[in-house]
Design a protein around this ligand. Structure first.
Ligand SMILES: O=c1ccn([C@H]2C[C@H](O)[C@@H](CO)O2)c(=O)[nH]1
Ligand SMILES: [Zn+2]
Length: 142
């Protein structure tokens, strides 16, 4: 795992907390923000967006990834997930699989609580033995 610089980490946490404050979560009232750092230094933010048809909700992590991928970014060096909880909230199973598509297993994932404390874990630790097909990355490299 390549550790981020203090400056990169500070920005990642700021952006994740900022995105959390934009969460659209009238049903759960559980606010989540994510910030994603691409290899070239570009940041992407995302919040959870719920729906009256509950299954239509999208998590903060996938919002951030969808924004990045759809802008042509797919190589990432850091992810932060922030909530307003005391605990460190980690990505759900769907997000773990979704994120693993893009890797790497060494991706540092910072779980940030409401006091800006964090727990650091890697993507590989979040989803060991992940299912992936090689053509995914090849497709993006074209
Ligand atoms: O890592 C997580 C966990 C939960 N949620 C969202 C989904 C739902 O809107 C709300 C409650 O589960 O929090 C996220 O965005 N990311
Ligand atoms: Zn999720």
């Amino acid at each position: 795992m390549t550790n981020l610089t203090q400056e990169q980490k500070d920005k990642l946490f700021d952006y994740a907390l900022e995105a959390r404050d934009r969460a659209y979560c009238p049903y759960s009232k559980f606010r989540v923000g994510a910030a994603l750092l691409a290899e070239d230094g570009t940041f992407f933010k995302g919040c959870n967006i719920e729906n009256a048809s509950y299954g239509g909700a999208i998590c903060a992590e996938r919002t951030a990834y969808c924004k990045a991928i759809s802008e042509g970014y797919y190589k990432f060096i850091g992810l932060a997930v922030a909530t307003d909880q005391d605990d460190f909230v980690s990505p759900c199973g769907i997000c773990r699989q979704f994120i693993s598509e893009f890797g790497p297993a060494s991706l540092p994932v910072y779980l940030v609580n409401k006091s800006r404390e964090y727990k650091l874990i890697t993507l590989g630790e979040l989803l060991p033995l992940s299912f992936a097909l090689e053509q995914g990355q090849k497709f993006l490299m074209k």
